[in-house]
Design a protein around this ligand. Sequence first.
Ligand code: SAM
Length: 280
Amino acid sequence: MSAIDGLPPLRVVIAEHGLSARKSLGQNFLLDLNLTSKIARQAGDLSGCDVLEIGPGPGGLTRGLLAEGARKVLAIEKDARCLPALAEIAAAYPGRLEVVEGDALQVDPLQHLSPPIRIAANLPYNVGTELLVRWLTPRDWPPFWQSLTLMFQREVAERIVAAPGSKAYGRLALLAQWRADARIAMSLPPEAFTPAPKVSSAVVHLTALPAPRYPADPKVLEHVVARAFNQRRKMLRAALKGVAPDIEDRLLAAGIKPTDRAEQVPLEAFCALARAVAEG
Ligand code: SAM
């Protein structure tokens, strides 16, 4: 029995349900419930919140989120082998855990959740970045979520919180920092997972800002940033050729030297450039 919820330890759950980890599903499980409760606490006060969890697996983080008081957890899991283990957790927390079997890229969580909503997950590496970009790029802001508390490979986490001028600075940093506060909340060594991955991991916590830090049209900003970093070693006047007929003038209007490279340009200037490009 575990101290946090009286359910069996995760090693027992995994053995009983035959949940050998599958690489194709990005399965690196967290088996220490003290650790999963600590990750759940990074998500803030969960008591009045619905929480979306992607990839609950055998349920370590799910149990942490429920023990930390989440009003309801919606857990979307692709691997049907995990469902009986998750059903045992649902029985221990009546009415508070809903499990949907499916691909998180296909399921609409809003059919199942009510605000305020937080997202917390030890993400499958193969879909983690795609989900993050999706959550960061809705047309309208604020988004449906208040905060994201997400496990990533350390290298991806560093790209999310990176500052201009650093090697990790790029599209992810700009998308994340334009409309959210982003910080690394925890670092985890490979041995924290079963099986241990090759690299270290980190939990990133993002809080949605009530409004973007600087005005810009999201589609134009995403396009400009994607083009600028697609050829990050080129000068911006070359990397952005064709984005607007007179791109040099627009760069200058935004206070950016046409000979600068993308990684030198701060968020505020990218937003000014997006506005200059949108002016047509
Ligand atoms: N949350 C568990 C933990 O911390 O131990 C498992 C984390 S494991 C890194 C990722 C989980 O995501 C696995 O359970 C895997 O089956 C699931 N998964 C992989 N691809 C998925 C997808 N497209 N949609 C939903 N779940 C997915």
